[in-house]
Design a protein around this ligand. Structure first.
Ligand code: URA
Length: 197
């Protein structure tokens, strides 16, 4: 097994065993799965969402519920197949009732995301929603660029991760577009930038 596969395997095993997480008990009590991430381990584009919802926790797969349908539609609109990208979240277990993730939850799971980024080495990281935007931009040297998502969505920020050039593109969360045609149109426009990159 090469380094990349080894790191991803370890991340998976460690998240599965993460009893220290405040969300672990809930996972076990509900027979939920952690959602580690899925897609091409050599992907050029990595999508980072927030946290699993109920459908994701029931299946162990990211973005399979209603927000996932929107993401699928957006990918299709730019001719990119889901299997060719990597999709994950910052928080790997479901926050109860789909509430926003708490800072301590982000703190405990974010190092796993960092290791996934380090293993997969994407050229483009597309953040979905304000939590992943905030985390990824702050973590990877773009803290001075962070503003409200309504101001910086669809912009391309250049940074360097472990010596490699990476473009970070903050996007609205697909769930926000479920009942909002205007946001869906905005997301579609922003996705065209990903296709260009
Ligand atoms: N919302 C997210 O942020 N991630 C998922 O996997 C599903 C819904």
């Amino acid at each position: 097994m090469d380094d990349r596969e080894e790191i991803l395997k370890r991340v998976k095993e460690e998240v599965i065993a993460l009893k220290a997480s405040p969300l672990y008990k809930d996972r076990v009590e509900n027979n939920y799965f952690p959602v580690i991430g899925e897609g091409d381990h050599n992907a050029k584009i990595m999508f980072v969402g927030e946290a699993p919802g109920q459908n994701e926790a029931k299946t162990g797969r990211p973005f399979v519920g209603r927000a996932g349908k929107v993401l699928d539609e957006l990918l299709k609109s730019i001719g990119i197949e889901r299997k060719d990208v990597y999709i994950t979240n910052i928080v790997k277990d479901r926050p109860p009732g789909n509430r926003d993730p708490l800072p301590e939850e982000i703190n405990i799971y974010a190092p796993f995301l960092d290791r996934q980024i380090s293993a997969i080495k994407p050229k483009v990281i597309a953040t979905l929603g304000r939590f992943s935007m905030q985390y990824v931009m702050t973590r990877y040297g773009l803290d001075f660029e962070v503003e409200g998502i309504s101001r910086i969505h669809g912009q391309v920020f250049d940074t360097t991760i472990e010596g490699e050039s990476v473009k970070v593109v903050p996007l609205y969360h697909p769930a926000a577009a479920i009942y909002n045609q205007h946001l869906l149109d905005t997301l579609k426009e922003d996705f065209k930038i990903l296709a260009k990159l």
